[in-house]
Write a new protein. Structure first.
Lengths: 310, 259
């Protein structure tokens, strides 16, 4: 035994370590660089739209007047999608993880995952060609019976190509994302905690309320935020389904527009300042998505102490 | 507030696999009964049949009768949820709900019964249960903190407090000290001695000294070999099992010749 064994090292192992840590560092930096590059591109290209005289912007009243209706439209479509998709997704995920017999559960999980594999243009075509016409009688009914609510104010769109239809199509599109994440999280609930609840005399639903849902809460929020990201950025389905127009409170009239669809529909023929305006709209969408993610992280971290991670 | 358990000819299955064969045993009220035996002999499996927790696992089932003061737990129309609210359980690893405060953990079982409780009543119950689990003095200043922040031994006593808060007839303990250090183990054993004044306690343990220290009667389970069902070999006063067992296998086990 010699004392040199402490200082000498196996050359090859060290080199491997260095290569690996270097590659990992490079990959990490690359992500940051791409993100920074995109942000920078958006900022530089958008700047002319912010500084241009108001009369040059589409609509003639400045960038703010142009952007805020479609920001609201984007949020309305995304909120409709989440309000519909979240409860359904959690229900389906719970059914798969805790209620269904094992074979049915795996089959159903597979089908739900398949929903995510359908291209968004197909969803758009389905929404525009089938769902919109099928659902318009329901809109008539809503206009007749719930018309006193501003959101259901008539006259309902005869084609059914409204922001509500677009929201419903979006909800189907985000459903598999939320479902498959929620299912994975529900399955990770420690058996220990489920048994603790059952041993106290909990029914299956009480056990889910006591052990599964609290444990899964941060995961559900993340899943919903991922779904929201998709709903905010989804372009094709909205562009095909929605017959766009000015901002209206009513969800069952044609009108409203989302940022992503606005960009997609106008970009091919845009030139000059119009391009800058559309890129600025993209920048706004980027900021909204970023803000949504930060709020989600904040919500999750607020209850860190009780998360079960300690 | 405590009932006896009589088990008649109980066979316990996982699917088609017979895990525990033909157990008949009478567990007295207000006493501590210990189950000992080598690993895999089915003592934990058998314990979980006493509050119908066994059947939570897919394919698990039993044949035979478990009578709680004469009422068959496996009779037709018996709701396992009701059974479990009467027969509490403490698990091998402490499992307080991590998302709940200490106070809410204690009240978790009571809230299930949908009883509307005033804050005063709830506070009194929390204090009574935590006193009963010898934990009150250690946590009374941090009842709103998460239960998962306690030490392992404290967490296990919190689980015991949670179990006794619903005032069960029987408390089952599945190796409650196996994840605890000696000081915490001592605290839980002291607690078991106090619990038997009010409750019927059944405890599974790997630790023969523990069985000797805490139990009034001891059941020895054994297994003939891998894949064979576990069986109840001998059931008697604890002093008899450890000093003067009637079966050779029991004597070999308690004297440390195997297992």
């Amino acid at each position: 035994m010699t004392t040199t064994s402490l200082t000498s090292s196996r050359g090859a192992g060290r080199a491997g370590d260095k290569v690996f840590s270097g590659a990992a560092l490079a990959a990490g930096c690359l992500i940051l660089a791409v993100l920074f590059g995109v942000a920078l591109f958006l900022l530089i290209q958008a700047l002319p739209a912010f500084t241009a005289p108001a009369s040059d912007i589409q609509g003639g009243k400045g960038f703010f007047a142009y952007i805020w209706p479609i920001v609201i439209g984007t949020l309305i479509a995304a909120v409709i999608a989440l309000v519909i998709a979240t409860p359904v997704a959690i229900g389906v995920a719970l059914f798969i993880s805790h209620y269904a017999p094992r074979q049915l559960a795996s089959g159903l999980g597979y089908v739900i995952d398949l929903l995510a594999a359908i291209p968004s243009v197909i969803y758009g075509a389905w929404g525009a060609a089938f769902l919109a016409s099928q659902i318009s009688p329901a809109y008539d009914w809503l206009a007749d019976n719930m018309g006193w609510l501003p959101i259901f104010q008539g006259p309902a769109s005869a084609t059914g190509k409204t922001i509500l239809t677009a929201g419903i199509v979006l909800s189907v599109m985000v459903l598999p994302i939320i479902t498959s994440l929620a299912r994975e999280i529900f399955l990770q609930t420690p058996k220990l905690h489920e048994e603790a609840a059952l041993a106290l005399g909990a029914t299956r639903w009480e056990m889910i309320k006591m052990a599964v849902l609290p444990f899964a809460r941060p995961g559900i929020i993340s899943a919903v935020m991922l779904g929201l990201g998709r709903a905010l950025g989804e372009t094709m389905a909205v562009a095909l389904v929605l017959s766009s127009g000015a901002l209206t409170a009513s969800l069952i009239q044609s009108g409203n527009q989302t940022i992503a669809a606005e960009i997609a529909l106008n970009f091919p023929e845009a030139s000059g300042l119009k391009v800058n305006t559309l890129i600025a709209a993209g920048l706004i969408l980027f900021v909204i998505t970023l803000a949504v993610n930060m709020v989600a992280r904040w919500i999750i971290s607020r209850h860190k102490e009780f998360s079960g991670a300690n | 507030m405590s009932k006896r358990i009589d088990v008649k000819d109980l066979n316990v299955y996982y699917g088609n696999f017979l895990a525990v064969e033909d157990v008949s045993i009478n567990i007295e009220a207000k006493s501590v009964t210990a189950f000992i035996g080598p690993s895999g002999c089915g003592k934990s499996t058998f314990l979980r049949t006493l509050n119908r927790m066994h059947e939570v696992l897919p394919g698990a089932r039993v044949e035979g009768e478990v009578l709680l003061d004469g009422d068959n737990l496996y009779g037709p129309g018996v709701d396992p949820v009701t059974v479990r609210s009467q027969i509490g359980m403490v698990f091998q690893r402490p499992n307080p709900f991590p998302t709940m405060s200490i106070r809410d953990n204690v009240l978790a079982g009571v809230k299930l019964n949908n009883q509307k409780m005033s804050k005063g009543e709830a506070d009194a119950l929390v204090e009574r249960s935590l006193q009963g689990a010898n934990l009150w003095n250690e946590v009374k200043d941090r009842l709103e903190k998460p239960g998962s922040g306690l030490s392992g031994g404290q967490q296990q006593r919190l689980c015991i407090a949670r179990a006794i808060a619903v005032e069960p007839q029987v408390i089952l303990m599945d190796e409650p000290c196996s994840a605890l250090d000696p000081i915490s183990t001592l605290a839980v054993e002291d607690l078991i001695n106090e619990l038997k004044d009010q409750y019927t306690v059944v405890i599974v343990t790997h630790n023969m000294q523990q069985a000797a220290r805490v139990s009034d009667r001891t059941a020895f389970f054994n297994i003939a070999g891998t894949g064979k069902p576990g069986k109840l070999i001998e059931f008697a006063e604890t002093s008899t099992i450890f000093n003067n067992p009637s079966q050779k296998a029991t004597e070999d086990y308690v004297s440390g010749r195997f297992g």
